[in-house]
Design a protein around this ligand. Structure first.
Ligand code: ADE
Length: 323
């Protein structure tokens, strides 16, 4: 089914992230040339930019399997031991949200990453003893939205650390054109660009918006996605011309109306909007920072004059400090 092929299957099909692709192409060729597995790889950056996709592509390129899991689901020692014991030589193990690993899981992972062994404890109390088990060589691919939250011993065990960046409009346009073809949906270049501009630099959002616009033209009996109808559909879905959705606008509005633009602390923002602090920090803020609507200061977040104007407010004139 075409819906499943929406993820690119190879590096050549993968649009954008040029530097990352170049680094990984070299790593793949070198590892293959030596007949070895890939070095452990840490991918970081905002959600939806293609970390899981890239991991699947790497496994495909290396001709190995990719086991996918996320840190919250391998909290207990037995979870991680079970997972590691299942690996075949050369396999990729993808751990999403790796900054959320529990202490025990993290400590089991150190010798696994470094020496391909795990130390397990058998029995309880007086009779307890530890046993070292050998593992096949494998590649850990860790993904995180928050590299700063990783402990340094964990971070230091990755041979490659790569950041994914937000996509440019032209890259998102290409992604949308490609997806439209898979969906067998007619679209104009300007129609694709209209969706791309509202996709917050993020392919996952671009494809989600494309699905909504595709529904809309189908129901309105339009043969093709043109710019005007894409804009009409997306404003109906509350996605504004910059791609801000209801929650983005609400965050900025709360900062402006209740806190005169800030600075506002993260916890205060969470309490005032009813959103989870971690979600605000990892999902909403990165794009608002990227487009310059938000800035971070030691005393909290500030809504910039551009954000005031975008939401139809008059930014306060700069107050000069009184002498
Ligand atoms: N679909 C989602 N992300 C993509 C990318 N980076 N390249 C091509 N298609 C995609």
């Amino acid at each position: 089914k075409q819906e499943e092929k929406i993820r690119p299957q190879s590096i050549d099909e993968y649009i954008g992230q040029r530097d990352l692709k170049e680094v990984l192409t070299i790593a793949i060729q070198a590892a293959k040339g030596r007949g070895e597995s890939l070095d452990h790889l840490l991918l970081y950056g905002p959600p939806g930019l293609g970390k899981t996709t890239m991991s699947l592509i790497l496994a495909e390129a290396m001709g190995v399997n990719c086991q996918i899991t996320s840190a919250p689901s391998i909290e207990r020692p037995r979870d991680i031991v079970g997972l590691l014991m299942k690996l075949q030589p050369g396999d990729l193990l993808f751990i999403d949200e790796i900054h959320r690993l529990s202490r025990v899981a993290e400590e089991l992972l150190y010798p696994a990453m470094e020496d391909f062994r795990i130390d397990i404890t058998l029995g309880k109390g007086q009779g307890a003893r530890t046993q070292s088990l050998k593992l096949p060589r494998f590649t850990l691919v860790g993904a995180t939205t928050k590299i700063g939250a990783l402990t340094s011993p964990l971070r230091d065990r990755f041979g490659l650390i790569q950041r994914l960046r937000f996509y440019e409009i032209d890259e998102l346009t290409q992604i949308i054109l490609r997806s439209s073809e898979l969906f067998r949906t007619e679209i104009s270049q300007a129609g694709a660009e209209e969706i791309a501009r509202r996709a917050r630099g993020t392919p996952r959002i671009a494809n989600r918006l494309l699905r909504r616009v595709r529904d809309y033209i189908q129901v309105k009996n339009h043969p093709r996605i043109e710019q005007a109808i894409a804009a009409e559909a997306l404003s109906l879905f509350n996605v504004d011309p910059c791609g801000l959705d209801w929650t983005d606008r609400r965050m900025l509005t709360v900062m402006i109306e209740r806190f005169n633009g800030g600075p506002v602390g993260l916890e205060t923002m969470a309490a005032s909007t009813g959103e989870d602090a971690q979600t605000i920090e990892e999902v909403y803020e990165p794009y608002l920072l990227q487009i310059g609507y938000l800035s971070r200061t030691p005393r909290g977040r500030i809504a910039t004059p551009a954000a005031w104007k975008h939401l139809g407010y008059e930014p306060p004139t700069q107050q000069l400090p009184l002498l």
